[in-house]
Ligand binder design. Structure first.
Ligand code: SF4
Length: 232
């Protein structure tokens, strides 16, 4: 596995659980607002001069935290692109930990595989944009149909899950309304955009929505589905 980072403790990233976060390198999106550039490709990672964490070291860490941690958050990059992911998750589960997967929804096949094998206990899927802005925002050639497929799989999985959206300032209220139609009745969390150091240089000057705009957004979206802003 390309383990690019390990956060030894989080009380906020896995709902109601004490967990660690493991960051896997590589992503098929290059979101304009991504602030984890070094995790989006092995070449960016090498340039960052950070060191990969050997699988063995990670599992030794887990063994030493059995009494302290409930679970492991697997994030990236995009974890479903890692070829050994299923075996990796199996090993974590065999050690008695719960698993939360963060995904951009681009890989419904792997997502479904993990869900069918009961290997994940919670999934957080990012919904980056409406269909018409998908290419522009994710800067990828992954078809939007894959995102819709992942939404469908998650909705029908019976596994706890949520959808998340970064409030990139180039998303309009109309865009957000369009996105909300895809996930009516689901748990949806919005998170504020932080421009500093994002992947797209031309987005670094953009300002996050102010409170007035946020309130307007929430009012409009809550007419369609239940939504909240994290940390607001
Ligand atoms: S999905 Fe987007 S935000 Fe997440 S790691 Fe990939 S490029 Fe960055």
């Amino acid at each position: 596995m390309f383990i690019g980072g390990l956060q030894e403790l989080t009380l906020t990233d896995f709902p109601d659980k004490v967990a660690c976060i493991v960051f896997l390198v590589n992503c098929n999106f290059k979101c304009k607002f991504c602030y984890n550039k070094e995790l989006t490709s092995t070449s960016f990672f090498k340039k960052s001069k950070r060191k990969l964490i050997p699988d063995n070291d990670f599992f030794l860490f887990l063994d030493s935290k059995k009494k302290m941690l409930d679970g492991v958050v697997i994030t990236g990059g995009e974890p479903t692109l890692s070829p050994g992911l299923v075996e990796f998750v199996k090993k974590i589960k065999q050690k008695g930990f719960l698993v939360k997967l963060d995904t951009n929804g681009s890989n419904p096949v792997v997502l479904e595989k993990l869900l069918k094998k009961n290997l994940v206990d919670y999934v957080a899927m990012d919904l980056k944009s409406p269909e018409k802005k998908h290419k522009f925002i994710t800067q990828s050639s992954v078809p939007f149909s894959k995102i819709k497929e992942s939404i469908f799989i998650l909705k029908n999985s019976g596994v706890l899950h949520e959808f998340r959206t970064t409030l990139y300032p180039r998303l309009s209220i109309e865009d957000l309304k369009e996105m909300s139609e895809l996930i009516v009745g689901e748990r949806w969390f919005l998170q504020q955009f932080v421009g500093k150091n994002v992947l797209d240089k031309n987005s670094r000057h953009l300002r996050a929505f102010n409170n007035k705009k946020l309130e307007k957004i929430l009012k409009e979206l809550n007419k369609i589905t239940k939504v909240s802003v994290r940390g607001y």
